[in-house]
Design a protein around this ligand. Structure first.
Ligand code: ADP
Ligand code: TRP
Length: 342
């Protein structure tokens, strides 16, 4: 049963361009999203993958930076195996129906939903901690972004939205807005989406032992050269115990990170070596480096190619938008017909 869960289903993922991804982003978000898309397509489902650049402008105001981040994220998804011929791959800002749909959804979005949305609440909490007024630096884009996200989802009749834990609430808001509209007009104008949260995707630890995150500056970079990756891996925290001392692998950070990328055999080898006092920290760091480089080297080559030939990517994105727009247009028409009694 499980193997046909995507039959005739539309799976949609949005990704915010936020700068060069790290190993945690790759293993926790990019790779699973592409694999899930492939699974959906292989079962006769549809797969939408878009770059949420309207969401990005709430935080980033420099056009050159925005442009570069959007380019990077597009090239990374392509390099990691997204097939733009099979998936719908586009930029949000190339679909003008999205802001139009958003405007209609606003009329059905209780303001209280936005007050409770976690991205807004987190920004308020941060202000309070800093002793600033609640709404300091918070723009309407950030405040209302769950409604824009609802339009992203509802425009394409999405059934399944794979998300990280922090986005679950936003998909629920989309579902509630759609439910309210359907109830008001007494027909299924909008498909009710469900989120999919994969419990098995592990959180990858960073080089200081906390969650790997751009904001902690503890990342292992991915699409940089071997030297940069090596520098990060060789900065992973270790202790001063000698190699010969038998160690519990679960207390060793290099081993913890290796878990997220190694095969079971590789992991066994490192685990045994540590337990038996046969492998030193330099050696296990090289094992991790090999695994990381091996995992991404093909993708990195493709990434470099696409970045150097972005005109090809631009074309793919525009073709993707052309393919996706009629679906969003149909949703907008359904809504307008109902709302304005046409
Ligand atoms: P960062 O914390 O570096 O700013 P983001 O919050 O932009 O990362 O996360 C982008 C995506 O990558 C999200 O889907 C998130 O769940 C995933 N992700 C981020 N850090 C990790 C990590 N350390 N391990 C697994 N997944 C992660
Ligand atoms: N808000 C999501 C994030 O910050 C990105 C996003 C925008 C999204 N629109 C979406 C995700 C629609 C899934 C579906 O990561």
């Amino acid at each position: 049963m499980e193997s046909f869960m995507f039959e005739n289903k539309t799976v949609l993922t949005g990704v915010k361009p936020t700068g060069k991804p790290h190993l945690g982003n790759y293993l926790g978000a990019i790779k699973p999203a592409i694999e899930l898309g492939k699974e959906a397509l292989s079962q006769g489902g549809k797969h939408y993958m878009f770059i949420a650049d309207y969401h990005a402008i709430n935080a980033e105001k420099n056009p050159a930076v925005l442009n570069e981040m959007t380019k990077e994220i597009a090239c990374i998804y392509l390099a990691c195996g997204l097939d733009p011929k099979k998936s719908y791959f586009y930029r949000q800002s190339d679909i003008p129906e999205i802001p139009e749909i958003t405007t209609i959804l606003y009329a059905y979005t209780p303001k209280g939903f936005m007050n409770k949305a976690h991205a807004y609440k987190a920004a308020v909490d941060k202000n309070r901690e800093a002793g600033k007024p609640d709404d300091d630096g918070i723009n309407m884009g950030l405040y209302t972004y769950p409604t824009l996200m609802a339009a992203d989802i509802l425009a394409y009749d999405s059934d399944i939205v794979p998300v990280g834990k922090d986005q679950v609430q936003h998909v629920e808001i989309a579902r509630d807005i759609a439910g309210a509209i359907n109830a008001h007009y007494g027909k299924e104008l909008l498909k009710l989406p469900t989120y999919r949260f994969d419990e098995n995707v592990a959180v990858v630890a960073g080089i200081d032992g906390r969650k790997m995150s751009k904001s902690y500056g503890n990342v292992i970079p991915l699409f940089e050269d071997d030297k940069a990756i090596k520098k990060a891996i060789f900065s992973i925290k270790t202790d001063s115990r000698p190699m010969e001392e038998p160690k519990n692998p679960d207390e060793i950070l290099v081993y913890e990170i290796y878990k997220s990328i190694a095969t079971p055999e590789q992991l066994q080898e490192m685990g045994d070596g540590l337990r038996q006092g046969k492998l030193g920290y330099g050696y296990i760091k090289n094992m991790l480096l090999d695994a990381v480089v091996n995992e991404i080297k093909d993708a990195r080559e493709k990434y470099n190619y696409y970045m150097a030939h972005f005109n090809e990517v631009e074309e793919m994105l525009l073709e993707g938008a052309e393919k996706a727009r009629p679906v969003a247009k149909a949703t907008l028409k359904r809504l307008k017909d109902a709302v304005f009694g046409r």
